[in-house]
Design a protein around this ligand. Structure first.
Ligand code: X8Z
Ligand code: ZN
Length: 637
C-alpha cells in the first residue's frame, strides 16, 4: 500500500495531468494516497518557501528595479507551484475516509496566498510584477517639496512624526496631503491588479478574490461577513461616544476650521490614516497631568544617553561622517534595547529566548543608503527553522515600542508552531496572529511600565485609571471602524460594486460612514488615497486587524483569569506569570491545525468572537464619556 501511495504521490509531483491519472484504470485514490500527498506536499512546501521569502525580504529591504524583478519571478514560481498542488488535491475531493487532519490540509491549500494565480501564464507574470511594483512604489514613497532637490524629500516616518507631535492645523495638512500624493500613481496599476486577482480567484472556483479572502475562517464566507457586522454592532456605540468627545475637544481647539457636519478631518488625529489617535492624548486626557508619565520622553532620553556615551568614547574632534556614524550606532542601540525589552516580557512567561540570528538578521532601522519598505512586519524565513526576523524602522517613541511588542507576538507564534507541518504554520485564523502581541500590550499597565523603568510609580486612583483608559481607547477603540472598513472597501472593489472611477469616492464614503471622518482636501480625479495605506498596495487583507481588536481582549481576560488576577481587569499584567504563559504557549502551538473555534474554546471557554470583553474593559471610560457628551449633539451626517 505504501509503495502505491508513494508512486501515486510521485506521479502527481511530476505534475502528471489529472486526465492521465483519471485515465489509468487503477482504483480511485485512497485515504492513504491522500495522506501521502499531504506529506509530500508539506515537504515540498517547506523546501520551496525559502526562495520567495528570501526574495521578498531583499525586495522590501533594498528596493530597486532588480530586486522587484527577482521577487516577482520568485513569487511567480511559488504561486505556480501552489496552483499545481491545488489542482492535484482535487483528486481527493470525494475520497472517503480521509483523516481529518489530512482533509484540513487539503482544504487549506487553496487559501495559502492572498494573491491567487491566474492560470494564464502571461497574466500570472503580470500579476506578480504589478504586486512588486505597487509594494516598491509605496515603500519608496516620499513627499518632496522640490522635485529636483532630494534634500527636500521626506519619508513616511518624517511625515508621521509631524502628525504625531505638531498640533498645528496647516503643518499637519501639508504632511498629510504630501504623503497622500504617493497613492496617485497607483490608480491604474491597482485597477489592473484587482482584475488579475479576481481572475486568479475565479480560476480556483471563487466568485471573486473577496469571497476567497472571506473563506479562511472555518465558516461560510457570507456568514463571516455577517459576523464582522455583528461585532461592529456591538462596539459601535462605544466608538461613537469616543468620536463625539474627540471632535468636541478638537472643535474647542480648532474652532471655525472644523467641519460643521460632525466629522473629524483626517489630518488632525495624530496619525496618517486616523487609525490610532493616541497622539491626541495630551489634548483629550480627562484629568491632564494626573498619573501616567512620559514614555516618549524616557525613550528619547535613553537614546540620547546612548549617543552621549558613544560621543565620550570618541577621540579627538570627530568628522561629520564620524558623528553621523555615532548617531546611527546610538539609534541601533536604542532600537535593540526596545526589542529586548519586549523579548523580556515574552521570556518572563516562560517562552524561549530569541535565537541569536534574530538580532543579526532583523532590520531595525531605516537604511541610510537605499529605499526600504518601513512598514513593520515579522518574517518566518524558512518554515521549521528559527530564522525569524522583524523589519521595522524604529524610532524611540512609545507608539513604536508597542509596535515592537506586536511584531514579537508574530515571532513567538512562528516559534511556537515551527514544528507543525507548513500548511498548519499559521494563526488559528489571521485575526489570532494579529492579536498575540496586542494581547501582550494590554499587560503593559502603568505598574508594569514603572517596574521596568519606563514610568514613575503609578498613582492608581480613579482619575489615573480614567486617563489610562482614555489613552488606550484612543489606540484600541479609535481603530475599530478603520479595521472594518478597509476590506469593506476592497470587497466592494473585488465584487465590482465599487467601480474604478469611484475608488476614491467610495473610500471616503466608508471613512465618513464608519469613522465619522472627512478628507481635509477636495479630491482630484487622479487621487487614490487607499494607495497611501500600506496594506492596499502590498495586498495584505485587513479584516484580521479588526478581529484582533476584539480577540485580544478575550485572550487577555482569560490569561488574567489563569494568572489568578483579582480586581479590575485593566490593572492586570501577566508579566512573569508562568501559568498564564503556559496557557498562551499552548494556544500558539496549535497553529492552524484545527478550526479556530476549537482553539478559542480551549483558550477562553468561548467558541465565538465576542466584543463583551472589550466593552467590559472600557465600561468606566464609556460611562465617563456619556457624561461628557451630555448636551452635545453627537453623530455626523
Ligand atoms: O500592519 C500592522 C502591523 C504589522 S502586521 C504593524 N498593523 C496594522 C496597521 O498598521 O495598519 C498593526 C495594527 C494595524
Ligand atoms: Zn501584525
Amino acid at each position: 500500500m505504501k509503495t502505491h501511495a508513494l508512486s501515486f504521490a510521485l506521479s502527481l509531483a511530476l505534475a502528471a495531468p489529472l486526465a492521465a491519472v483519471a485515465a489509468t484504470p487503477a482504483a480511485p485514490p485512497s485515504a492513504a494516497d491522500a495522506h501521502a500527498f499531504v506529506e509530500r506536499m508539506n515537504a515540498d512546501y517547506k523546501a520551496r518557501y525559502v526562495e520567495p521569502s528570501a526574495a521578498e525580504w531583499v525586495a522590501e529591504t533594498y528596493i530597486t528595479d532588480d530586486t522587484q524583478k527577482l521577487t516577482a519571478r520568485a513569487n511567480e514560481r511559488w504561486l505556480q507551484w501552489l496552483s499545481a498542488e491545488v489542482e492535484q488535491a482535487r483528486a481527493f475531493e470525494h475520497t472517503p475516509g480521509v483523516d481529518a487532519s489530512d482533509r484540513r490540509a487539503l482544504d487549506l491549500l487553496k487559501l495559502q496566498t492572498a494573491m491567487p494565480a491566474p492560470k494564464n501564464p502571461a497574466h500570472l507574470s503580470e500579476l506578480t510584477a504589478l504586486g512588486s511594483k505597487l509594494t516598491a512604489a509605496y515603500g519608496s514613497g516620499k513627499y518632496c517639496t522640490n522635485d529636483k532637490d532630494p534634500a527636500s524629500c521626506r519619508t513616511l516616518d518624517d511625515l508621521s512624526a509631524v502628525l504625531a507631535t505638531d498640533r498645528d492645523w496647516d503643518h499637519d495638512l501639508d504632511a498629510w496631503a504630501g504623503w497622500h500624493r504617493v497613492g496617485r500613481g497607483m490608480l491604474k496599476d491597482y485597477q489592473r491588479f484587482a482584475e488579475l486577482l479576481n481572475e486568479g480567484a475565479r480560476d480556483l472556483g471563487y466568485a471573486d478574490v473577496g469571497v476567497m479572502w472571506r473563506s479562511g475562517y472555518d465558516m461560510a464566507p457570507d456568514a463571516f461577513a455577517k459576523e464582522t457586522d455583528r461585532l461592529w454592532g456591538q462596539v459601535k456605540p462605544l466608538y461613537d461616544d469616543l468620536q463625539c468627545y474627540a471632535r468636541t475637544k478638537l472643535a474647542q481647539k480648532y474652532g471655525e476650521r472644523m467641519p460643521k457636519d460632525g466629522t473629524i478631518p483626517a489630518h488632525i488625529t495624530g496619525n496618517m490614516w486616523a487609525q490610532d489617535w493616541s497622539n491626541l492624548y495630551p489634548l483629550l486626557a480627562p484629568y491632564p497631568g494626573v498619573g501616567g508619565s512620559d514614555v516618549n520622553a524616557r525613550l528619547q532620553a535613553q537614546r540620547d544617553a546612548a549617543y552621549a556615551d558613544l560621543r565620550k568614547g570618541a577621540k579627538g574632534t570627530p568628522t561629520p561622517l564620524e558623528l553621523a556614524t555615532l548617531e546611527r550606532e546610538a539609534d541601533l542601540k536604542s532600537a535593540t534595547a526596545m526589542v529586548k525589552r519586549s523579548e523580556d516580557f515574552y521570556t518572563s512567561l516562560g517562552f524561549p529566548p530569541l535565537p541569536a540570528s534574530f538580532y543579526e538578521k532583523s532590520m531595525l532601522l531605516r537604511p541610510r543608503d537605499r529605499d526600504a519598505l518601513c512598514h513593520a512586519s515579522a518574517w518566518p524565513m524558512d518554515l521549521g527553522s528559527t530564522d525569524m526576523r522583524i523589519k521595522m524602522c524604529i524610532r524611540p517613541t512609545e507608539e513604536e515600542q508597542y509596535v515592537i511588542y506586536h511584531e514579537m507576538g508574530h515571532i513567538y507564534y512562528y516559534l511556537a508552531y515551527k514544528d507543525r507541518p507548513p500548511i498548519f504554520q499559521a494563526g488559528a485564523n489571521d485575526g489570532f496572529h494579529e492579536a498575540i502581541g496586542d494581547t501582550v500590550r494590554l499587560n503593559l499597565t502603568p505598574a508594569y511600565l514603572a517596574q521596568i523603568g519606563l514610568a514613575d510609580k503609578a498613582a492608581g486612583d480613579d482619575k489615573a485609571l480614567l486617563n489610562e483608559q482614555m489613552k488606550l481607547a484612543l489606540e484600541k477603540v479609535a481603530f475599530l471602524p478603520f479595521g472594518l472598513l478597509i476590506d469593506k472597501w476592497r470587497w466592494g472593489v473585488f465584487d465590482g460594486s465599487i467601480k474604478p472611477d469611484e475608488y476614491n469616492a467610495a473610500w471616503w464614503k466608508l471613512r465618513r460612514e464608519y469613522q465619522g471622518l472627512s478628507s481635509p482636501v477636495a479630491a482630484t480625479p487622479a487621487d487614490f488615497d487607499p494607495g497611501a495605506k500600506n496594506h492596499v498596495p502590498t495586498n495584505v487583507p485587513y479584516m484580521r486587524y479588526f478581529l484582533a481588536r476584539i480577540l485580544q481582549f478575550q485572550f487577555y481576560r482569560s490569561l488574567c483569569d489563569a494568572a489568578g488576577h483579582q480586581g479590575p481587569l485593566a490593572t492586570c499584567s501577566i508579566y512573569g506569570n508562568k501559568e498564564a504563559g503556559a496557557k498562551f504557549w499552548k494556544m500558539l502551538g496549535e497553529g492552524a491545525r484545527q478550526p479556530w473555534q476549537a482553539t478559542l474554546k480551549e483558550m477562553t471557554g468561548q467558541d465565538t468572537m465576542d466584543a463583551s470583553a472589550i466593552l467590559d474593559y472600557f465600561a468606566p471610560l464609556q460611562a465617563w464619556l456619556k457624561e461628557q457628551n451630555r448636551g452635545q449633539s453627537c453623530g455626523w451626517h
